[in-house]
Design a protein around this ligand. Structure first.
Ligand code: AMP
Ligand code: MG
Length: 353
């Protein structure tokens, strides 16, 4: 064998060795590694998927933070800080952690902004209607009197935020329910945990409360599917392209039941005490902070199309996509070149606002 031939032979051998090692998984390409985990928390399925990282401890930290937030802010966990506030309604203020205080303060801010369409003291009505996932038919609804009675307990103006992280519900039997905002806050907190661990490319999906963290690769935006309210879970109506943004949807197809042929969903209009029944079937909000998107999606669902558009246009930090029961899709001007309807869905009518 001459020198040239020998060299060729060695190179071939090296390539062969690399192929074997790669296929055995010995040579791991750290840059393209993906780690993900799914758990059931806060009454929903939560998935965190991190790209270009392989250290599973980042996932441990993120889920530990989620469990901590649930333990503090769930109104169904008897030992939570929120339960402590509820148990002391009309009795005395309760000191909570800065975490819980912050979320309640934000919730009260959205209640004020929407003049009570969004109301974190909705607890008595949530309990009365008790609308669960997976329920489809019911042969009873609460009486008018029960609804009226519970409605008198819902009033964000009687939710006091005092100094030193103290919170007070001024009337007995008032009750906080933060289900419309906690997942948004939790999403922001997971994003913080990931950034601290230098994980800068991830999809955080806390039961449809999505955050597209950083970019996937090559500075390309993420594509986030918007649920088709008339389709099966996971069937998209359109796709939105975003970088470092949260996309949160509230819809009447998430939790609902039918009674006498009428649909009753899990979002309640505090002004009537009844589940919302307006022209909207779903509304998606796009913001930089997930807590804003979560609170606003619930708020706009209650407000309806006209007042919803008015409110979203009065902010400089949020965009919205409204889907009506008549299959119109209202897309904000700023989203025009970022959102595409699925072509095959020809019965939907795109509209700009
Ligand atoms: P979301 O899915 O984020 O729109 O939140 C819906 C949840 O928020 C419901 O399951 C209730 O616990 C609670 N909720 C219902 N109606 C309201 C309302 N008008 N304001 C604030 N929270 C509400
Ligand atoms: Mg919400």
């Amino acid at each position: 064998m001459n020198f040239k031939k020998n060299n060729k032979f060695i190179i071939l051998l090296l390539i062969l060795l690399m192929l074997i090692l790669t296929s055995c998984g010995v040579v791991s390409n750290k840059k393209t590694a993906t780690i993900s985990r799914t758990e059931f928390l806060m009454d929903t399925v939560m998935t965190i998927r991190i790209y270009h990282k392989s250290d599973k401890k980042i996932l441990d930290k993120a889920f530990d933070r989620l469990k901590e937030i649930e333990a503090k802010m769930s109104s169904t966990i008897e030992t939570s800080e929120v339960s402590n506030i509820n148990n002391n309604a009309g009795i005395k203020p309760v000191t909570v952690s800065p975490d819980t205080y912050f979320v309640i303060k934000e919730a009260k801010r959205f209640a004020e902004l929407s003049l009570g369409a969004f109301d974190p003291t909705i607890g008595p009505l949530v309990d009365l209607w008790d609308i669960k996932a997976g329920e489809r038919e019911r042969d009873f609804i609460p009486s008018n009197r029960e609804v009226e009675n519970m409605k008198t307990l819902v009033n964000y103006k009687k939710l006091e935020l005092l100094d030193n992280n103290q919170v007070f519900l001024k009337e007995k039997n008032m009750k906080l329910a933060l289900g419309s905002i906690v997942k948004g806050y939790a999403t922001d907190e997971v994003k913080k945990v990931l950034s601290e661990s230098n994980a800068n490319s991830a999809i955080i999906d806390l039961g449809g409360n999505v955050f597209a963290h950083g970019v996937k690769e090559d500075d390309m935006p993420w594509k986030i599917g918007i649920q088709n309210p008339f389709g099966l879970p996971g069937e998209y109506l359109g796709v939105i392209r975003v970088k470092d943004k949260s996309v949160v949807t509230s819809g009447d197809y998430e939790r609902y039941f039918f009674f006498n042929g009428e649909k009753y969903n899990h979002i309640i209009d505090p002004s009537t005490g009844y589940p919302v029944n307006n022209e909207i079937t779903g509304v998606s909000i796009i913001t930089a902070r997930s807590i804003d998107a979560d609170a606003l999606s619930t708020t706009l669902f209650v407000l309806g199309l006209d007042k919803g558009i008015e409110l979203i246009n009065s902010t400089d930090y949020a965009n919205a996509i409204f889907i009506t029961k008549a299959k119109e899709v209202y897309i904000g001007k700023e989203l025009k070149d970022k959102f595409d309807l699925i072509k095959e869905l020809i019965s939907f009518i795109p509209k700009e606002y």
